[in-house]
Design a protein around this ligand. Sequence first.
Ligand code: AMP
Length: 282
Amino acid sequence: MQTITTVAELRATLAKARDKRVGFVPTMGYLHDGHMALVEGSRAQCDVTVLSIFVNPTQFGPNEDLSTYPRAFLRDQKLCRDPGVTIVFAPDAQEVYPAQFETFIEPGEFAKPLCGAFRPGHFRGVATVVCKLFNIVQPDIAFFGQKDFQQCAVVRRMAIDLNLPVEIATVPTVREPDMLAMSSRNRYLNTEERRRALAISRGLLAAEAEFRSGERECEKLIAIARRHLNEVDRLQYLELVDVDTLEPASNPLSHPAALCAAAYVGSTRLIDNVILKPQVSA
Ligand code: AMP
């Protein structure tokens, strides 16, 4: 495992691996088993895995947690040693955004609902850094977590729209034993908040269970999740959207949909989702 901090050195190193299948796992660090599931996906399909650690300033709003976002570089490096990471790419902000940087990727409709409605400019920052990282790494496959469902949709759309020569793979959400979705931001939670945060996964998984028992009425599924989610300090959104369009799912559910939530527990904003896939009848 090699740690590289400059674009030039990464390019020079990867130039020697162009006959290999390169997998890419972009992260903001403070790694957990969710990130490692993406690494595992890459290891299974690729010869070389590049994991980036970069807390991207352009995807944070002015009142968000850029300065306090958890960072633990040495710990992250150790975690990457074992399970198949070939290169950790950890540039600083000047390396990614040199002076006079002024060109951004502007995503379209996919960036508007859900998190986009509450985090203006977030997906513009995400799309821009992901596009830059794709151009730097030039991976064959890039791995993203379903936990960030809308991010996956925006990145996939960008790759199609801009003819980026990369396959986008989505990896299922990894959860703690008590089902809270793993997230670097979980470390903000104190013991009591950590307990209350379970309302998010409990609500979404209760709706999923009802769906599996045959419920197809969108409002009923949302209501089941809401009953639990009302326990959080502030529910920012709870929406059932079509996975292909991100528009409100059509009722009754006949096409795969994502039940997505964002909620504050204390001052920590957490997101989670479940995908509901009705079987298409023959
Ligand atoms: P982050 O470091 O939070 O920006 O996440 C980096 C990548 O890891 C993104 O593609 C996330 O969707 C993915 N990821 C984060 N948490 C999880 C999780 N619990 N399960 C699976 N993937 C995750």
